[in-house]
Design a binder for this molecule. Sequence first.
Ligand SMILES: [Zn+2]
Length: 283
Amino acid sequence: MPHDLAHIPPSYETCIVCGDAPLTETHIWPNWLRKVLPREKNYISTVARAFHPDEQKERAISSQKFKRDLFSRDPLLACEACNNGWMRQFEDEVVIFLKPILLEDATIRLTEQQQKSLAGWLALIATLAEYANNHHPTIKRAALLHLKKRRLPPEDFHIYVARSAGPKWRKHYSYHNFLMYEGISSIDAVPHTADGRPRYNTQVSTMGIGSLLAHIFSGPASTPIQSYSIALEGSQLERIWPPKRSFWMRQDRLLEFPLKTELQDYETEILAEDLRFRINTFG
Ligand SMILES: [Zn+2]
């Protein structure tokens, strides 16, 4: 059992953002969301694998699924000031439009600024979920500081959304982490964890939250990530980060919900595994 995915979740002494203490309970999901989406048996599933460049194929270091309800946990991750300050501010920004998106009880059009707020909030919850579950998160503290200061996801984040149709993915979380070697000069240059394992640098999180399906990935290797992004756009998923630029239109590029592209559960399962599969196939 690798330490980065032990059954025992990691515990922190100080705030994962600013380093202050004491820690306070950090809810990954806003409390109101728990009432809107009642508890279901669709728990977190997590799989970790490593990519070995020597073999040009993936070798599974570990593979496990475990039941831990991400949606009702309040892990000790951040200090009072971070929890009730900038993190809370993200929730306050999205609360006005998130509920109709999740429940589809109204048609809603997000402005570019609201799309950025949604992207920031999704980046934040994906990061908190990774820190809550993984002893060696791929997302660096600098990303959290960027989120705090700029109120936007870092540049190496990519966030796509679709409409989730299936019952399973109404409340479900899937996560993979990888080591991608692009930009690393030699195997010797791979950063290692304290216990001597290569430190993964790429993650993909897929979250079903009501009718919203969010696919959030981040990592330093730009070539595979870019080609993957192009594939996602070919599948009609909506990219909300990095933002699509409107070069010549002066008005906002609005994003209308419910989204046109709808994914059934089996399609979301494929999506959640897709980046891992592509790395495996195309190296
Ligand atoms: Zn803090």
